[in-house]
Write a protein that binds this ligand. Structure first.
Ligand code: GLC
Length: 513
């Protein structure tokens, strides 16, 4: 008997950055009721699941990735019953729900950290004596030292903002607390978890000074990817497996090696891990080919992602940094077809289906990412990919918030033609293209082998096939001759004749021999 493929293996998951998706309450910030109202749009888009970024109680020092209470909804986003209604409605529409979990650090407003500051239970975090200077040379990912001093002279570790103290995972209480948090949300019906900074959690014993190059996200570092972390995921896997309905977890694992990534998805650990290699790669046929080969060689349940709430939107990345570049948009559409043709699952980021570019001209006083303030404005930070979505209308708030409300980040004056309403019912729009591509993928679901076969291609193009599907991507500057086929299933731009233009991709149907 054929084993049924678990839903997550080839799912298309849509990331919702909750603050910026849809504001039902009218305070300028997205919320859970706003998401619920927009679920039909996502069902029509054709995704299988949504991933919600943190909506838990939080002072919002890092947009909710600073969690003060892991078992409650922040009033900014709604209530627990709003959450339950959202899950029920998503399930009714056939959409699974993945929620974020943030185990590396809490908010400094968390009751455990507040108790620690009073001298109670400090062992749940990483406190050290250090005198005048910090206990070691570790730097925060958000700039500046990774240590802050408490009024009584001890230092605590925060690999991100000072408002995000790192937990001490060597304390069994931390371990059992998170098992309980997982159960709390699983009992409420979530289908999976996205694990924030999944390669964090444990730090090398003795917290040694570390050369700067080894402080970056990489496979072997005293700060990231410690071997002990895998025990945590083995325990989490047991909890997930004890529930009905194929509950899953995907790790946010930043590393420099596909082999290291593979460790997180061993059969008794996480189901998936993000594969950021493509998102970090330039627009280049050979670079894409190497990433595809390395990924498929290393992991059996691959994932693909082009954008998320932490990186420059790929329309802008591929357009050599030019906002609104038509080249960037053409390449972004082509990259989508490539990603959707590969075995495994694909993660989309809200707004990419509208072809949104990065907003690069946010005024300094509007910027809220702690990276901007901590680097004293040297680094722009991530606000430019987090600008609220344009749903309708020709000016701010573009249907994101009720008329008259200013969204928490200013929207671009150039977005009138990009709103979801304007693009709907226009098959030539980026939204129409995404709908068509997702429909084409669904039609092929379950019919394609997991292996891909490379066909001969010019150096800056990729041509691979999976059974009757052949995908051609032209990253070069000359047209590419299409291989034999009986019809074009979809193109990222119109395909005429037997040549594929630069910055274009197409799916071809080839009758099987
Ligand atoms: C992850 C999140 C990012 C956050 C950081 C700290 O990388 O994706 O948005 O700032 O973790 O929690």
């Amino acid at each position: 008997m054929l084993m049924e493929t678990p839903w997550w293996r080839d799912a298309v998951v849509y990331e919702i950055y909750v603050r910026s998706f849809a504001d039902a309450s009218g305070d300028g910030v997205g919320d859970l009721p706003g998401i619920r109202q927009r679920l039909p749009y996502l069902a029509e888009l054709g995704v299988d699941a949504i991933w919600l970024t943190p909506f838990y109680r939080s002072p919002m020092a890092d947009g909710g990735y600073d969690v003060a209470d892991y078992r409650d909804v922040d009033p900014l986003f709604g209530t627990l019953s709003d959450f339950d209604e959202l899950v029920a409605e998503a399930h009714r529409l056939g959409l699974r729900v993945i929620v974020d979990i943030v185990p590396n650090h809490s908010s400094s407003a968390h009751e455990w950290f507040q108790a620690a500051l009073r001298g109670e239970g400090r062992d749940r975090y990483i406190f050290q004596d250090g005198g005048e200077s910090p206990p070691n040379n570790w730097q925060s990912t958000f700039s500046g030292p990774a240590w802050s001093k408490t009024p009584d002279g001890q230092w605590y570790l925060h690999l991100f903002a000072p408002e995000q103290p790192d937990f001490n995972w060597r304390n069994p209480e931390v371990h059992s607390e998170f098992l309980d948090v997982l159960r709390f949300w699983l009992d409420r019906g979530v289908d999976g978890f996205r694990i924030d900074v999944a390669m964090g959690l444990y730090k090398a014993e003795g917290l040694p000074d570390t050369p700067p190059e080894d402080q970056a996200f990489k496979a072997e570092s005293p700060i990231w990817g410690r071997p002990e972390v895998h025990e945590v995921y083995r325990d989490w896997r047991k909890v997930l497996d004890s529930y009905e309905g194929e509950r899953m977890a995907i790790g946010e694992v930043w590393t420099d090696s596909a082999e290291d990534l593979a460790l997180y998805v061993r059969p008794d650990e996480l189901h998936q891990s993000f594969n950021f290699a493509w998102l970090e790669a330039p627009w280049s046929g050979p670079a894409f080919k190497k990433i595809i080969d390395d990924t498929l060689a290393a992991v059996t349940a691959p994932t693909w992602v082009l954008s998320n709430h932490d990186v420059i939107r790929h329309v802008t990345r591929y357009g050599d940094g030019l906002t609104n570049s038509t080249t960037g948009l053409a390449r972004a559409r082509a990259a989508l077809l490539a990603m959707l043709a590969l075995p495994g699952s694909a993660y989309l980021y809200q707004g990419e289906e509208l072809g949104l570019p990065e907003v690069k001209d946010l005024p300094p006083e509007a910027r809220q990412d702690p990276i901007f303030a901590r680097s004293k404005g040297e680094l722009a930070g991530r606000d430019g990919c987090r600008v609220p979505i344009p749903w309708s209308g020709v000016a701010e708030p573009y249907g994101f918030s009720p008329e008259g409300t200013r969204p928490w980040l200013p929207q671009s004056v150039e977005w009138a033609a990009l709103s979801a309403e304007r693009q709907s019912n226009d098959p030539g729009s980026t939204l129409g293209f995404y709908q068509e591509a997702l429909r084409a993928r669904r039609e092929l679901r379950g019919t394609l082998p997991d292996e891909i076969i490379w066909l001969d291609a010019p150096e800056d193009a990729l041509i691979f096939s999976r059974g009757p599907l052949t995908c051609v991507i032209n990253c070069g500057s000359e047209p590419v001759r299409l291989p034999p086929h009986d019809r074009v299933l979809i193109g990222s731009a119109p395909v005429e004749g037997h040549l594929l233009l630069p910055d274009t991709a197409a799916w071809l149907h080839t009758p099987e021999a």
